[in-house]
Design a protein around this ligand. Structure first.
Ligand code: NAI
Ligand code: MG
Length: 502
């Protein structure tokens, strides 16, 4: 596949790494699960079993939480100066950069992600996320209060304690660091439960964290399944906060578990049904490029996928034609091939789920313009798919598909676009494509979504807070707002002069 491009000659061929870390990482050691059980993780390119990984359960979560509790209550990490924590986190960032080839390849083999995007995009982003929060670690401080009485008051910002991070499989590395970096910078200790589909990168990061000098017990990784290991973490009495990214159903379970145990705060990032709104004055070709990328990137396995494309009637026909052409030219194949646009869906469950939604779209009367099928030569690849004549209440217009499926809607006025864009229980992200500043201002302020990207999409940045409105969840995964999700505010007050109470 794809041997002739310039890009391929610029980028060294990925070394297929040997899988080195497959056991739980607890208190600075790689160890077997208490039960001795393991589970398989597969390469979605071939279906081959990549590795047998330790299957952590309630007992293992308990061991990891005890280690994290001890490291928080008695260890040095929360008591180090922020500058020193920052120094260690920067060392971890450098180690990540040094291993970007191996980490990128690991992501491709475990989750079917494009190797180049992982190696040149996601892995360096993880290192930079660490550096961003490392830089914030020595700038954590409270306020001096203007008390009404003759009292002196100030606030202290203190780490919340033991953090449980439950991760999804679509961005195993980015999700790991979007939660671990602010938590560690704040002085928290962490137990990470990676997704069972993609457990390998997190174990590699545990190894690098130890090398970087993160003390034992501060960062623990327990691989295993959601209803066992994940549920045990969410309901643990000694966990002070849960940060979760995944499905709405499981987000609800996590909130319930927190409510029924120690009322720990949770932050939830639960995906979406994000609109991209294309207005008549847009450049058709540029808008179609943006909209197809926004719908199909990472095989549509991204929480902010623009799965509802709203197009104004004046350019609708031309825009649809351009999108279909781009989808047809989209190259599907081995994600190690640098000319390929997308690889296989993460596993058979997701593959079947996406095809199920496509079937449902056809059944409910949407018009399939292109795609809609698995690719012939391989197992888990799905063609980029475009539906037209989608009604707002169809399943494909309301449910998160998490696959390469674009649904097209035609609108007339700005008011209609706003109303229909907001007609969803989700509110994660939205895109606007127009040159008109008044439209930009009006629409961006009217959309109920946590991120609005104007004439761009996927505009993530370490300094840009990211998180949802409505049923897309709450809490932030990026920016200084997210650091504050891992801090408690303590108010300290004392009389200024002789105390009336003494
Ligand atoms: P999921 O929500 O089941 O999995 C996410 C994480 O939660 C995994 O680590 C899993 O082990 C854990 N988990 C599962 N059950 C749990 C429980 N009872 N207690 C604690 N943790 C638990 O998502 P799944 O089944 O992998 O994907 C289903 C759909 O969810 C996708 O098709 C997609 O629509 C959505 N999703 C959204 C994501 C996002 O980025 N917001 C990421 C992954 C999935
Ligand atoms: Mg699940």
């Amino acid at each position: 596949m794809g041997s002739e491009t310039a890009r391929e000659t610029e980028v060294p061929k990925a070394k297929i790494p040997e899988i080195r870390y497959t056991k739980l990482f607890i208190n600075g050691e790689f160890i077997d699960a208490v039960s001795g059980k393991t589970f398989e993780t597969r390469d979605p390119r071939t279906g081959e079993v990549l590795a047998m990984v330790s299957e952590g359960d309630k007992d293992d979560i308990d061991r990891a939480v005890k280690a994290a509790r001890h490291a928080f209550d008695h260890g040095q990490w929360p008591r180090l100066s922020g500058a020193e924590r920052g120094r260690i986190l920067r060392r971890l960032a450098d180690l990540i950069d040094e291993h970007s080839d191996e980490l990128g390849a690991l992501e491709t083999r475990d989750g079917g992600k494009l190797f180049l995007v992982s190696k040149l995009g996601e892995i360096p982003t993880c290192a930079n996320t660490l550096r961003y929060f490392a830089g914030a670690a020595d700038k954590i401080h409270g306020h001096t209060l203007k008390m009404a009485r003759e009292m002196m008051g100030y606030t202290l910002k203190e780490p919340v304690g033991v953090v449980g991070a439950i991760l999804p499989w679509n961005f195993p590395s980015i999700m790991f660091f979007s939660k671990a970096s602010p938590a560690l910078a704040a002085g928290c200790t962490v137990v990470v439960k990676p997704a069972e589909q993609t457990p390998l990168a997190a174990l590699f990061y545990a190894h690098l964290a130890k090398q970087a000098g993160i003390p034992d017990g501060v960062l623990n990784v327990v691989t295993g399944y959601g209803p066992t290991a994940g549920a045990a973490l969410a309901s643990h009495m000694e966990v002070d906060k849960i940060s979760f990214t995944g499905s709405t159903e499981v987000g609800r379970l996590i909130m319930e578990a927190a409510a029924k145990s120690n009322l720990k705060p949770v932050s939830l990032e639960l995906g979406g049904k994000s609109p991209i709104i294309v207005f008549d004055d847009a450049d058709v070709n540029v808008a179609a490029e943006l909209a197809t990328m926004a719908a199909f990137f990472n095989k549509g396995e991204i929480c902010v996928a623009a799965s509802r494309t709203l197009v104004q009637e004046g350019i609708y026909d031309d825009f649809v034609k351009a999108c279909v052409e781009k989808a047809k030219a989209w190259k599907i194949g081995d994600p190690f091939d640098p000319t390929v646009n997308h690889g296989p869906q993460v596993d058979k469950v997701q593959f079947d789920r996406v095809l199920g939604f496509i079937q449902q779209g056809k059944k409910e009367g949407a018009t399939l313009l292109t795609g809609g099928k698995p690719c012939e030569e391989t197992g888990l690849h799905i063609e980029p798919t475009i539906f037209a004549n989608v009604q707002d209440d169809m399943t494909i217009a309301t449910e998160e598909i998490f696959g390469p499926v674009m649904s097209l809607f035609k609108f007339k006025t700005v008011e209609e676009a706003i109303e229909r864009a907001n007609k969803t229980r989700y509110g994660l992200a939205a895109g606007i494509v127009t040159k008109d500043l008044n439209t930009v201002n009006r629409v961006s302020r009217s959309l109920r979504a946590g991120a609005v990207w104007i004439n761009c999409y996927f505009a993530f940045d370490n300094d840009a807070p990211f998180g949802g409105y409505k049923m897309s969840g709450f809490g932030k995964d990026s920016g200084l707002d997210s650091l504050h999700d891992y801090l408690n505010t303590k108010t300290v007050v004392t009389p200024l002069f002789d105390s009336p109470w003494l």
